[in-house]
Design a protein around this ligand. Structure first.
Ligand code: RET
Length: 260
């Protein structure tokens, strides 16, 4: 394992701890938020909270794995001999990335057949992207990393293309008041997702040793916070705004029933 400094170790340690707290808090917020939206949007918020719940569990495990991998005594850091487990991150993505796409599709409230076909094709491509990326992430040499990274980019580009082109026409059919927010959610998804392959390429830079490990862990952690909690908050706002447009003010069941 690469040698890292005590400062780098603590930075990653605190970032994992912070992210566990943020994901857990996000889960409570999204699930309690279900009471603020009309019934058509409750599933979208259930899934948004499920994404952060799955991530909270994995960040807890990642945090534990990180602290087991190193021993910090009197300000001196040593590798403990137990390997840091990178698999938690990929297992997390395998579950949460398709769910994130489904959450976006659900909040658009398309027809049932459109929802099923978009959620299936996007979910499948996203899962393929993660499965192809993993062998590269754990590869010892950069050539193997590049090979799997390139393969993983194929389904990645398909997802990005679908988000922009495929959902584009659907967005135009959304209520005026929510359109801007939906475009923002799509853009934030695009920007945060684009950050992952950049972080993946850090080992090709002039950084070395513990700096690579630290930059990769911090990079993926920031991207996860934006992609799950940041996009989740936008999904919540879209659901509230669309509920107001379609059912009347939030939490007013009389209007909601009348609008059905
Ligand atoms: C990998 C491998 C290199 C090529 C590409 C990748 C893309 C990863 C992405 C991950 C997104 C994860 C999310 C997690 C949070 O919920 C696998 C790094 C293109 C886009 C959104």
């Amino acid at each position: 394992m690469e040698t890292i400094t005590a400062g780098q170790y603590l930075l990653v340690y605190n970032a994992f701890s912070f992210t566990f707290a943020a994901m857990a808090a996000g889960t409570l917020f999204f699930w309690f938020g279900r009471s603020q939206v009309g019934h058509a949007y409750k599933t979208a918020l259930t899934i948004t909270g499920l994404v952060t719940a799955i991530a909270a569990y994995h960040y807890f495990r990642i945090f534990e794995s990180w602290s087991e991998a190193y021993a910090l005594t009197d300000g001196v850091i040593k590798s403990s001999g137990v390997a840091f487990n990178d698999a938690y991150r990929y297992v997390d993505w395998l579950l949460t990335v398709p769910l994130l796409l489904i959450e976006l599709v659900l909040v658009m409230r398309l027809s049932q057949s459109e929802t099923v076909s978009k959620a299936t094709s996007l979910g499948f491509a996203a899962a393929l992207m993660i499965i192809l990326g993993y062998p590269g992430e754990i590869a010892a040499d950069n050539a193997t990393r590049a090979l799997w990274g390139t393969l993983s980019t194929i389904p990645f580009l398909y997802v990005v293309w679908q988000l922009f082109k495929g959902l584009g026409s659907a967005i135009e059919r959304q209520p005026e008041s929510a359109r801007g927010l939906i475009k923002q959610a799509r853009l934030l998804t695009f920007a945060s997702w684009g950050f992952y392959p950049i972080v993946y390429m850090i080992p090709y830079t002039s950084l070395s040793g513990g700096s690579v490990e630290t930059a990769v862990q911090i990079g993926y952690t920031i991207a996860d916070l934006v992609a799950k909690v940041g996009v989740g908050i936008l999904v919540y706002m879209i659901a509230v705004r669309k509920s107001a447009a379609e059912y009347g003010e939030p939490g007013n069941p009389t209007v909601a029933v009348a609008a059905e």
